[in-house]
Design a protein around this ligand. Structure first.
Ligand code: ARG
Ligand code: GLU
Length: 709
């Protein structure tokens, strides 16, 4: 009886009914994935999703500005993405007088749409496997360095020689840790204008308290439009550009979703690490994540205090605060999930099974043991790298600028006057931008706290003299902030004027630069060389380990390549979950829930009056469902950072939602996906349209769309 049950269960599993998780390459879905997707309820075919000979869904899913996903929703290039993806653009157009972050924005016609220099939307034209070309000649090279050089050369040549149109670009990315290479022919549109943004009290409702948390009630969307030249091709911004005519755009379904409905998500997941050995997960849980969290804990506290007191600082720091808080919170959730799910033990068990097979093959027999040894060696360098990045390169403008200017001086030394002058011009532009959102008091407090934490967390052997034993952080900070040129744009401009020799001399004499120099000297001498050497050794071992995993796997093991910011499909079902004993979360939220969270004038949970009125009158138009307004829903799609703004699609290829987050208990899915607790969070497309139409009164945008009732 028991045997029968196991048999039945395994047939059920291998049928794909519960087989979810994974981020799949859209050009390779035929076969296993297709079968699973159909089993889960998909009604369209794979060639409707990805097709190079005729238009398909992929033609409506551009990457948004490198880090997010977006989708085209009209034949005039109307583009939907998250509010948090367009946040920087909305902020750039905002001022205390015209505060689009707070009040929202609607362009009433094409001429009111706001250009965003530097923002782009990138479409995939086609994907090709170029593995043999890239690995050609590398088989018998034993030196890692030589091998890497040849691979880079093969990549450059293949990019240069692969056919494409003059307005397109070739890009190559590696998959399965160097075991596969794919070429992407892309079109990069550079004229992307802001069309509409809801107020933050809708688009960012719940803000950081609700971030990474279910149940959620955020209308996390914003709308842009892609413009093209008169031939419908990519072009820099010009007032003569015209709205882009896409090969495909998403019809929008108002039919709604219910538990167990099939959904899939199409987008550009950034980075996952699903094949880490147990020891690396252990280091992540015990060292890396705690260090990152501790640093950001302190910095966020300082910024938050200033932002609450001063509305000007609040606008200036809003975007970077959100960015810093986002991963701070994610790493906390990730650690909880990894621990609770016993991922280290699961990995150890799987490694045992792997090893039983691997011993029989000399090529793979020792790879896991070697990898484990390497990770042990890696530990202090990886930790030092993490801390340096967080402290020097991320959170404090003085240190960031000092680091960059220091680099500039080195360029003169190594590459001469011309490189120096070119780089200087670019650098000044960057620095000018940084100072637009700078407040010296905030920066100073962050600096002082940062150097204290640096001295506490950094492995002893990497701490410079000036921060060893007891040092007076206040005195150091005061001296630097009163004497260094790095505290204002004008002073920096002044510092960087004169002949290259004069500039380099001034740079080397600045107290701020001297300070950062004392940190980076040790870093470059003692951390960097070892970090790089071990990283490339680990990469090589991981390539072999991955090759073995692929060799030992059956299709039903569903081995997929880690995310690498390329276009992927992930699929699953609308589903609630049970994160702990006696707790069950329903998969759909309604506006009622937003009202339950409503706190008048709170910076996270305020609700605009107009929205409250619509709620009181239940004035939901064609977007409501049984007298209620659906807001967000969750499903088992395996997503990560970069999937923000991704279309959530129904069985027929229609748009039903917009991905924007994951649930707290499941953020560990970047390392290990568990179908029990990993869920992606989407805003229901009906809520998006309701806000556009009923709240913002932008009927003209609704009329552009193709709506399925
Ligand atoms: N957690 C989501 C993501 O990773 C939303 C981030 C929005 N930022 C925020 N601090 N609320 O992008
Ligand atoms: N909010 C994330 C992003 O910006 C998506 C959520 C996630 O990491 O799953 O891409």
């Amino acid at each position: 009886m028991k045997k029968l049950l196991i048999l039945a269960l395994s047939i059920w599993f291998s049928n794909g009914y519960s087989q979810q998780g994974g981020m799949w390459i859209p050009s390779l879905l035929k076969g296993q994935n297709e079968k699973e997707m159909k089993n889960l309820g998909m009604k369209i075919s794979i060639s409707d999703i990805y097709n190079v000979n005729s238009s398909s869904l992929k033609d409506a899913v551009p990457q948004f500005n490198g880090g997010c996903t977006s989708e085209v929703i009209s034949d005039k290039g109307l583009l939907l993405t998250n509010h948090h993806c367009g946040y920087g653009q909305i902020q750039a157009h905002s001022s205390l007088q015209n505060d689009y972050l707070t009040n929202g924005f609607v362009a009433k016609n094409f001429s009111e749409e706001l250009p965003n220099p530097g923002t782009d939307a990138t479409f995939i034209v086609r994907i090709e496997d170029v593995t043999t070309k890239i690995l050609k000649g590398t088989e018998n090279i034993s030196s890692l360095e030589e091998k890497e050089k040849l691979i880079q050369k093969n990549i450059s040549e293949t990019i240069l020689n692969s056919p494409k149109e003059s307005w397109q670009e070739n890009r190559i990315k590696t998959f399965f840790k160097g075991n596969q290479y794919l070429l992407f022919v892309v079109e990069v549109f550079k004229d992307v204008r802001l069309v509409m943004a809801p107020p933050s009290s809708i688009g960012k409702f719940g803000s950081d308290t609700d971030n990474w948390v279910w149940p959620r009630h955020t209308g996390d969307f914003s709308i842009f439009r892609i413009y093209a030249d008169k031939n419908n091709r990519p072009a820099e911004y010009s007032k003569d550009n015209i709205p882009y005519k896409p090969k495909h755009f998403f019809p929008i379904s108002l039919k709604g979703i219910k538990e167990n409905d099939f959904t899939f998500v199409f987008g550009y997941p950034g980075y996952t690490n699903e094949y880490l050995p147990a020891i690396a997960v252990e280091q992540l849980v015990n060292q890396i994540n705690p260090a990152r969290v501790a640093i950001r804990d302190a910095i966020l506290k300082i910024q938050d205090e200033y932002m609450r007191k001063d509305p000007q600082i609040k606008i200036q720091y809003a975007s970077r605060y959100a960015r810093t808080a986002n991963y701070w919170k994610k790493w906390k959730g990730e650690n909880l999930g990894l621990i609770k799910t016993n991922v280290i033990d699961i990995k150890k068990k799987n490694e045992k099974i792997f090893q039983e097979k691997a011993v029989k093959n000399p090529k793979y027999a020792s790879v896991l043991a070697q990898l484990t040894e390497k990770y042990k060696e890696y530990e202090p360098y990886n930790l030092a790298m993490t801390i340096s990045q967080e402290v020097i390169l991320r959170n404090n403008d003085l240190l960031i600028n000092a680091y960059k200017i220091n680099d500039l001086a080195k360029i003169y030394e190594y590459r001469g006057a011309q490189s120096f002058t070119d780089r200087k011009a670019n650098l000044l532009k960057d620095i000018e931008d940084i100072f637009k959102n700078y407040n010296i008091n905030v920066d100073k407090d962050v600096f002082e706290k940062s150097i204290v934490i640096y001295s506490e967390l950094m492995p002893k052997q990497f701490i410079p003299e000036i921060l060893s034993k007891s040092f007076d952080s206040k005195a150091i900070t005061n001296k630097i902030y009163s004497e260094s040129a790095l505290v204002s744009y004008d002073k920096i401009k002044n510092l960087l004027s004169g002949t290259p020799e004069e500039i380099v001399k001034k740079i080397n004499n600045d107290v701020g630069i001297k300070f950062v120099n004392s940190l980076t000297t040790i870093f470059y001498d003692k951390v960097m060389p070892n970090y790089q050497k071990i990283t490339s050794e680990i990469n090589e071992l991981e390539k072999i380990y991955m090759e073995a995993i692929l060799e030992y796997s059956k299709p039903s093991d569903r081995v997929f390549p880690d995310a690498n910011s390329t276009l992927r499909v992930t699929y699953g079902k609308v589903k609630g979950y049970s994160p702990s004993d006696a707790v069950y979360y329903e998969p759909i939220t309604y506006l009622e829930g937003a009202m339950e969270k409503y706190i008048p004038n709170d910076y996270e949970f305020d609700i605009p009056e107009k929205l409250r009125e619509l709620y009181e009158k239940k004035d939901y138009g064609m977007y409501g469902y049984k007298g209620k307004m659906p807001v967000c829903f969750i499903a088992t799609n395996h997503t990560t950072g970069g999937n923000s703004g991704s279309p959530a699609i129904d069985a027929y290829g229609n748009l039903i939602g917009l991905n924007f987050d994951r649930v707290w208990e499941g953020t560990m899915s970047d390392i290990y996906y568990s179908p029990d607790i990993c869920r992606n969070i989407m805003v229901d497309i009906r809520y998006v349209l309701f806000v556009i139409d009923k709240y913002a009164g932008a009927k003209h945008l609704i009329e552009e769309m193709k709506i399925i009732k």
